[in-house]
Ligand binder design. Structure first.
Ligand SMILES: *[C@@H]1O[C@H](CO)[C@@H](O)[C@H](O)[C@H]1NC(C)=O
Ligand SMILES: *[C@@H]1O[C@H](CO)[C@@H](O)[C@H](O)[C@H]1NC(C)=O
Ligand SMILES: *[C@@H]1O[C@H](CO)[C@@H](O)[C@H](O)[C@H]1NC(C)=O
Length: 310
């Protein structure tokens, strides 16, 4: 499809948003017996009253990280979505992936029209507004993917949602919140030691969603056999964000997903920066599972791409 067609396509799609709840039934169909869980973030009360029981450790459960979590949650002001969004009868969501495919699509103004725009990791907005828009309702990140000053590429009221993959990630947040000495060990890339996220806008994603993304959506084995050197496979933040949207939103449109068709390892993978396909080798992700899952979601009508893709 040519660029011109892409633009026409986005002009057609925006009015479709008005028909909002129609696609609710599609995503419902996809999730079938899975009931939707609209409480996205961990709450302090979970630990006090209902004794958050978990048989697995992070990233799929909280076992062993309860104390760090409680301390971090105690410093936070809210565990919810903003009231204005919570009470929308029908929520339209846009998940903006970081993929190269979004380059030159001019989707920015279409993206800004959704109730909820979800972005990932340290993906920039400034300088890329024409293609990716500038509205960010929430941004999913982990310490290694955090940029030290979230105000540069987010709105003043963007929710910064920590996706904890390991105990160190929660400890990192606790050290920031209480301004404690930073322990640097246990990260695959040094996380920011100063992080200017606003306490009132920080949330912690319930590990339930990563667990469900891995087991239900990607059908990954949750435990790698012990004593092997196999790197465990975890979902990418992108596919996780789509699973979160399936739980929370009535309409889910996506852009910037998909990987270059070419086998060329030098092909850029993001719409920004210089990472290439090569960097996905030996990562914690198995892209073939994600490509298949996305295809199933698209075929069932649960998610709609805003641009042509391979
Ligand atoms: C995007 O558009 C610019 C300017 O027209 C062009 O130089 C560039 O090659 C395009 N990039 C892609 C990936 O199409
Ligand atoms: C997004 O861009 C528009 C138009 O340039 C501007 O009016 C608006 O304030 C921007 N919003 C954010 C959150 O940066
Ligand atoms: C990804 O998963 C597929 C199917 O389970 C498997 O054949 C392949 O070896 C895996 N790739 C990597 C890099 O682990």
């Amino acid at each position: 499809m040519s660029l011109k067609n892409t633009k026409t396509w986005s002009r057609v799609l925006v009015p479709v948003l008005l028909l909002c709840c129609v696609s609710y039934y599609y995503s419902h169909f996809f999730l079938q017996s899975v009931s939707r869980n609209a409480q996205l973030f961990l709450k302090l009360e979970d630990f006090f009253w209902r004794r958050y029981l978990s048989t697995s450790a992070l990233p799929y459960g909280v076992k062993g990280s309860e104390l760090f979590l409680m301390k971090a949650l105690a410093a936070m002001a809210s565990y919810d979505m903003p009231e204005t969004i919570k009470h929308l009868p029908c929520k339209t969501c846009m998940v903006v992936g970081n993929g190269f495919a979004i380059k030159n699509t001019s989707l920015g103004s279409a993206i800004n029209k959704y109730d909820i725009v979800i972005r990932l990791n340290d993906a920039p907005v400034r300088g890329y507004e024409d293609d990716v828009g500038n509205k960010t309702t929430m941004r999913l990140f982990y310490p290694e993917s955090a940029s030290y000053n979230p105000s540069i590429h987010n709105d003043p009221d963007t929710l910064m949602v920590l996706v904890p993959f390991k105990q160190q990630d929660v400890r990192w947040l606790k050290e920031i919140l209480y301004n404690e000495k930073r322990i640097r060990k246990g990260f695959w890339k040094p996380p920011p030691e100063i992080w200017l996220g606003k306490t009132s806008h920080i949330r912690i994603l319930d590990p339930y969603f990563l667990q469900q993304t891995a087991s239900r959506l990607l059908r990954l084995p949750l435990n790698t056999p012990p004593k092997t050197n196999q790197i465990p496979t975890h979902p990418t933040t992108g596919i996780l964000a789509i699973y979160v949207a399936l739980n929370y939103c009535d309409v889910i449109h996506i852009a910037g997903f998909g990987y270059p068709e070419s086998e060329d390892l030098k092909h850029p993978i993001h719409y920004y920066g210089y990472d290439t396909m090569k960097s996905m080798k030996n990562s914690y992700h198995n892209l073939s599972h994600e490509v298949k899952a996305l295809k199933r979601l698209e075929d069932s009508g649960a998610v709609v791409y805003l641009h042509p893709h391979s």
